[in-house]
Design a protein around this ligand. Structure first.
Ligand code: AMP
Length: 215
């Protein structure tokens, strides 16, 4: 089914997890600008090296870099029936840039889903987030400690790490950047009638059902 969605929400509200489920449900790929950047960092490309200085400080990578990356990714053949944007757009300039890119290719957004979680819960969720550096699986040490112990990595030897930017010093900065630069996107998309706000607390499947209902 064709589906062009944006997942909005502060860092750590579960956008990545829900994007995976939406991807399986609608059969369209996820475009996570954070994942693309982390892959560039791992491969030590010039783009990755440029991005890392912003990422480690919890700051946003410049809009033109992100928009080029997204425009490129949208040309892939598996993106022709739609995509799920996760962590993009993050600024009004990126949203306007995306409008331009979609217009040129005759595509349209179906909805913007904003996952809402109170700030004090977000800090808790980010500081307890861990991931497997080998396969990218994401865990929570508070909610599901067993999942980490029992992780059978499909790609080899499991390596459980904390994201550099999930450390307390950087979390605070990322939340501030979200409030100042990304949250205004809710008004931007409310005006176009595309915004749907969905409570993000509860289990993964509860939140997923709410997202489907909102659509
Ligand atoms: P995320 O995994 O979405 O939390 O992204 C991790 C980091 O990558 C962010 O803190 C930013 O430094 C950078 N980043 C990811 N997506 C974007 C974006 N759309 N615009 C600017 N910076 C981004």
């Amino acid at each position: 089914m064709a589906m062009m969605l944006i997942l909005l929400g502060a860092p750590g509200v579960g956008k990545g997890t829900q994007a995976q489920k939406l991807m399986a449900h609608f059969g369209v790929p996820q475009i996570s600008t954070g994942d693309i950047l982390r892959a560039e960092v791992r491969r030590k490309t010039p783009l990755g090296q440029q991005a890392l200085t912003y990422m480690n400080k919890g700051e946003l990578v410049p809009d033109n870099v992100i928009l080029d990356m997204v425009a490129q990714r949208l040309k892939a053949s598996n993106a022709k029936n739609g995509v799920i944007f996760d962590g993009f757009p993050r600024t009004i300039a990126q949203a306007q840039g995306l409008d331009g890119i979609l217009k040129q290719s005759g595509k349209k957004l179906d909805a913007v889903l904003s996952i809402e979680v109170p700030v004090q819960r977000i800090e808790e969720r980010l500081s307890s987030r861990r991931s497997c550096a080998t396969c990218g699986a994401v865990f929570n040490v508070l909610l599901n400690p067993d999942e980490i112990d029992n992780h059978e990595c499909p790609k080899g030897q499991p390596l459980i790490v904390q994201r550099e930017d999930d450390r307390p010093e950087t979390i605070e900065r990322r939340l501030k950047v979200y409030t100042e630069q990304t949250e205004p996107l809710k008004d931007y998309y409310r005006q176009t009638g595309l915004l749907k706000e969905v409570p993000g607390e509860g289990t993964v499947s509860e939140v997923f059902s709410r997202l489907l209902q909102a659509l």
